[in-house]
Design a binder for this molecule. Structure first.
Ligand code: N7H
Length: 402
């Protein structure tokens, strides 16, 4: 069946995701964008020259509505808030080599292998126990082939594009001011909003200070779970960006939901994975900039999946924007339920009041209650599009070649 969100298009889905359409660039508003070309290369000159020749080749068959140059930052691999990005990706079963000597179900340590049908059509996908045909599903269970609505879509994927502006100065000022109010270290507060330190070291493994060697070590920097290692958010807040968008084993045994019993939680979470591939845009912050008139910079966020509605949109809407997710969590020693709060980076709610629980760490012990209100967006969607990326075979031999 064709994905209903793909058919509706990103603009029609904007309100559901909490986007403010007024903030979208005119090029993305009111126009139905049919396609996107990604041109990548080693430098700006080569990319521009290749893009120009593609546009010339297509001539009057297309009208370009928007062009944007993405660039790795001088600190390659780091996004504009200063954090290393692109660390954690789902492994692809059958493609990603198993490299964890103690777990053949993982690529790099911590990188669960996911059935390829989650990302490209024509292969088996994941299943969860909400599917009555799979009452015992685990994250390893092989599901049915994920069939595309048309045969020529096999080996292709839906691509979500989002132009996300990052208000770097506003983010930095917020972290500075709020850390004073909370009486905590500025760097620790920023890390607790993300779930990793700037180096990429995860809070679950480095709860109190950055560890550059850990951040740079791909065999260690993704090797952790949440529920198992940090059940009471002492190390990493439930609402931290990486915990919200990929809660790992956090849903295991969530109370009152039989399908999540045991490892059912992980089986379910693995049906929501995204293959992300973004690139920063916009220049570096310069001294003459002030809050309120920051240059346009951010991340051209891209992710691939075989269901936009069940993967990207679910993560944005039902997890990042939803303050009650991850549900079923308690305070240490069974002292009360927790409302984790919104994703402090990408969560979007009408009226813009986001609340995040437990930024002051209770690590290794302690029982300090803290929560913060965020009344602005540090990440603002300024355009989006839903596309289909066909396989090379479909381009050469399918209906697209005629
Ligand atoms: Fe996020 N950031 O710089 O703070 N993201 N993200 N993201 N993100 C991740 O683990 C960031 C956005 C995910 O597997 C890291 O690779 C920023 C959207 C997921 O453990 C950092 C923006 C969505 C993960 C950032 C942004 C996601 C992830 C840690 C927007 C989906 C993997 C590096 C400007 C709706 C979690 C890493 C895992 C990681 C940042 C957007 C999802 C540093 C600035 C829109 C699934």
């Amino acid at each position: 069946m064709i994905d209903s969100s793909f058919v509706a298009g990103a603009q029609a889905r904007a309100a559901v995701l909490g986007d403010e359409l007024d903030a979208w660039l005119p090029a993305f508003q009111g126009t139905k964008i049919d396609g996107v070309m990604l041109v990548t290369g080693p430098d700006e000159t080569k990319v521009n020259s290749h893009a120009t020749s593609i546009v010339q080749l297509l001539g009057s068959a297309i009208a370009v509505v928007h062009e944007e140059l993405g660039q790795t930052r001088p600190h390659r691999g780091f996004e504009h808030f200063g954090f290393q990005d692109g660390i954690s990706q789902p492994g692809i079963r059958g493609l990603t080599p198993p490299m964890n000597p103690t777990d053949p179900e993982q690529g790099l340590p911590g990188q669960d292998l996911i059935h390829p049908g989650e990302f490209v059509f024509g292969y088996p996908g994941q299943v969860d126990r909400f599917d009555p045909s799979f009452p015992d599903a685990t994250k390893e269970t092989t599901g049915p082939i994920v069939e595309p609505p048309f045969v020529w879509m096999n080996d292709g994927a839906y691509m979500v594009f989002r132009r996300l502006e990052q208000r770097v100065l506003a983010f930095q000022k917020f972290v500075k001011d709020e850390s004073r109010v909370l009486g905590m270290d500025e760097g620790l507060l920023a890390a607790r909003l993300v779930g990793r330190w700037p180096s990429g070291a995860p809070l679950v493994l480095a709860p109190l200070q950055d560890d550059a060697a850990l951040g740079a070590d791909a065999t260690k920097n993704n090797h952790f779970e949440f529920q198992h290692e940090d059940a009471s958010q002492r190390r990493c807040p439930y609402a931290a960006h990486i915990r919200k968008t990929y809660p790992r084993d956090d849903l295991n045994d969530a109370p009152g939901i039989p399908a999540l019993a045991g490892e059912g939680g992980e089986a379910s979470v693995q049906t929501r994975r995204l293959r992300r591939a973004g690139i920063p845009f916009g220049r570096e912050v310069n001294d003459s900039e002030v809050i309120g008139s920051e240059a346009s910079r951010g991340l051209m966020f891209v992710c691939y999946q075989t269901s936009i509605i069940d993967q990207f949109e679910f993560v944005q809407k039902d997890w990042a924007n939803n303050d009650t997710f991850v549900f079923g969590k308690g305070r240490p020693n069974g002292s009360g339920q927790v409302t984790p709060g919104h994703d402090p980076l990408i969560g979007q709610v009408a009226g813009d009041l986001r609340v995040v629980d437990e930024l002051v760490p209770n690590y290794p012990t302690g029982n300090t209650r803290s929560s913060i209100n965020i009344t602005q967006r540090f990440v603002q969607a300024t355009g989006a599009g839903y596309f289909f990326m066909p396989s090379i075979a479909a381009l050469l031999h399918g209906p697209l070649s005629q």
